[in-house]
Design a protein around this ligand. Structure first.
Ligand code: PMP
Length: 443
């Protein structure tokens, strides 16, 4: 990055109640980002921070990409807002067609949202309404997975399986159950890429079918690679097995691809990467390279067509958002897809995958490192917990890393890395060289 941006720090930080943040601690020693370009953020004290997390898993093409910036500016000039209820604008249709072309199989229909959380709520509601439209209204149960993250709205935390995100918020949705997570440290510890053991954990779904009667189950939702819980890679054959059980019992399979979508694994979607076809796919984040809030749910022809019956003047699905298909977001989305294609970013995880994997696993010799996991351009380093302080060590690593000029993300004792896909070998060296120093210092 060349230009430095001068932005003064606000005097009063009290009004902004920051999300997922230790507000009191942060406000004593704030970390302020004021500009960004390519692989780097710049802080208000003029430091360059290498972005090891693509923002929050979303800026897959890096920052300040000219095509996206121009498209957003031009769209603001042309049409700033248009409702999507009973009217439309061309870019919403154009983007949906491009997205449907990108997504494999018959996931040909796109419902717009504004975030990953909204995509999850939308997918769950479509699943319920689909069964009802087909005369199977008794299918109301939803199945999630332990340690799953599906955003923060009530449906999402109900099917989600991260205890801290649930336990202060009451009773959740009724009729929800969970299968076990796929983390098997004893069998799969320090695995490079896809772990060998654990496909049979998918059979938990058969147990729930036996328990509840499968004809009461509407859908199962999983992240193909669980991200926010600390990167859990699905064991070999696991997703196929889940698919087969769903098909056998008429249960819809939802892949939450909010982080795996748009190239993270070295293919456009996890659907391509694993070759397993779900019925609904949720996305957000990389859809607009993180620039304008937008999400999308993909539905198969079968699901979509089940709604397209009845009188033509009837609204088929009573669901949607004021900002569904917002024109500025659509313009950002179109420019983002072009940028990904022009830069060849969908396959970057394959090209750099080995180098990345070696770099992530190069930290294995450090004594505090308990496990390492990776896939595509995702990496996780799990640290030994300090008794009584289960999050302290990784969070200290985050603070120290920021001081030393790299942005990492931590969840519990796990450091998660998911850089922009424009990353080069020199950045990977910087990221892991610095992280090694950080981990040695905090030991
Ligand atoms: N699903 C998954 C798999 C996610 O990783 C996230 C965000 N990390 C969400 C849903 C929620 O997305 P958002 O924060 O945009 O609501």
């Amino acid at each position: 990055m060349t230009a430095t941006t001068k932005v003064s720090r606000p005097n009063d930080l009290s009004a902004f109640w920051m999300p997922f943040t230790a507000n009191r601690q942060f406000k004593q020693a704030p970390r302020m980002l004021v500009s960004a370009e390519g692989m780097y953020y710049q802080t208000d004290d003029n430091r360059q921070i290498l972005d090891g997390t693509a923002g929050l898993w979303c800026c897959n093409a890096g920052h300040k990409r000219p095509k996206i910036v121009e498209a957003v500016k031009a769209q603001m000039d042309e049409l700033d807002y248009a409702p999507a209820f009973q009217m439309g604008h061309p870019k919403a249709f154009e983007l949906a067609s491009r997205l449907a072309q990108l997504m494999p199989g018959d996931l040909n229909h796109v419902f717009y949202t504004n975030s990953g959380s909204e995509s999850v709520e939308t997918a769950l509601k479509i699943a319920l309404a689909y069964h009802r439209a087909r005369g199977e209204g008794q299918r109301t149960r939803l199945i999630g997975r332990e340690r799953g993250y599906h955003g923060v709205n009530f449906g999402g935390i109900s099917v989600g399986g991260i205890p801290t995100n649930r336990k202060t918020f009451g009773t959740m949705l009724g009729g929800v159950d969970h299968i076990r997570h796929t983390h098997l440290p004893e069998q799969n510890g320090m695995t490079r890429g896809i772990p060998e053991h654990g496909a049979d954990l998918a059979d938990d779904l058969e147990r729930l079918c036996a328990l509840h009667d499968p004809s009461t189950i509407a859908a199962v939702i999983v992240e193909p690679v669980a991200g926010s819980t600390g990167v859990l890679i699905p064991p070999k054959g696991y997703l196929e097995r889940l698919r087969n059980i769903c098909t056998k019992h008429g249960i819809l399979l939802i892949f939450d691809e909010v982080i795996t979508g748009f190239g993270r694994l070295g293919a456009p979607f996890a659907v391509d990467y694993f070759g397993v076809q779900p019925d609904l796919v949720t996305t957000a984040k990389g859809l607009t390279n993180g620039t304008i809030p937008m999400g999308a749910v993909f539905a198969t022809d079968t699901i979509h067509d089940a709604f397209m019956t009845g009188p033509e003047n009837m609204i088929e699905l009573f669901h949607g958002y004021t900002y569904s298909g917002n024109p500025v977001a659509c313009a950002a989305g179109l420019a983002t897809l072009e940028t990904y294609e022009e830069d060849g970013l969908y396959t970057k995880g394959q090209e750099l995958g080995q180098y990345w994997e070696d770099a992530v696993h190069s930290l294995a010799d450090l004594p505090m490192v308990k496990d390492i996991r990776n896939l595509g351009l995702i990496g996780a380093i799990e640290l030994e917990s300090i008794e009584g302080f289960p999050t302290k060590r990784a969070f200290n690593a985050f603070l120290k890393a920021f001081e030393k000029g790299i942005l990492i993300r931590t969840t519990g004792d796990i450091i998660a890395l998911s850089p922009p896909l424009i990353i080069e070998k020199s950045h990977i060296d910087q990221l892991f060289g610095t992280l090694r120093d950080v981990l040695k210092e905090i030991d």
